[in-house]
Design a protein around this ligand. Sequence first.
Ligand SMILES: *Cc1c(COP(=O)(O)O)cnc(C)c1O
Length: 360
Amino acid sequence: MIPVTQPFMPSKKEYEKLLENLWDTKWLTNNGPYVVELEKELSERLAVHNLTYVTNGTLALQLAIKALDLQGEIITTPFSFIATTTSITWEGCKPVFVDIDPTTLSIDPEKIETVVTTNTVAIIATHVFGIPCDVERIEAIANKYNLKVIYDGAHAFGVTYKGRSIFNYGDISTYSFHATKVFHTVEGGGITCANKNLATKIELLRSYGYVGEDYYLPGINAKATEFHAAMGICNLNYIEHNLEKRKEISEFYNKLLPSDIHVIYITENVEYNYAYYPVLFNSEDTLLKIVSELKSKEIQTRRYFYPSLNKLPYLKDNNDCPVSESISKRILCLPLYANLDKKIVKKISDIINSIIEEES
Ligand SMILES: *Cc1c(COP(=O)(O)O)cnc(C)c1O
């Protein structure tokens, strides 16, 4: 089976070498030396203000909401992974969906103002597939209505906009370092924010909200372990190589597949990370046919993202989001990972092309 994604594995020797130390020190968690080192290396590599490493990307979002003391309505995107929405409801806030822009696939700034009420406290947008949101217009709207902005940057590792890390925009940005992401620590997540006091508060919240014998806040346990941090330290040695391979594979798909099904459009001022390779078909029928044909050839694809989150069965009274609803029925992510063989890319593309031709 060709998987839709495959976690990158560093050299086993390299990882074991870092682990040996843990048998000596027995310092396995609680802000250990590998966690501290990974935070430092990541902040340098990404050129971000600070980075707090946590257990996963979902907790990163929840900590962001908690740290900003948000209560009320949060404007968000229906086209994202489910954790973007559930972190809002889990923190007792109400997600209010705004449709997406068909080009960036992220929240459409044009439509944000139509749903702002006196209960609106924040915007949580996703740089979906690593394509930057319209951060400037979102900032202008947030300033006008005094709203906080959180970016779910789970897909955006390494992405820059106008020469600056995309994680330096908004009040808080979050990362996921899950095994399926461009850079991973098996499980893991991170939080970046410009405000130093807020960063300190997030660090406190990550570790029950106390230091020594001083109890400041009701926190949670979102601490990452030394085993996970060590995986991150190893993987960081390969990140440039992996990004280069992803780029090569994505460009090969671009060459083989017709441009009217391409999805990722990157503007000049963006440095992109080739996190996913989505394609968009004319109809859900074509998509289903292609999924089933690829599956019969042992090739896995993923309907990323489907359904549109405003259609979740356990959330009621949501706004209609026709663009997101239509795109989520027709979009499909194809296999993409650093070690994917180009011959497979050719095979996948041939299958897709022949079905598209049949349909037309
Ligand atoms: C993966 C992902 C998350 C959640 O991250 P975890 O580390 O798996 O908890 C959140 N948002 C988006 C957009 C994601 O893709």
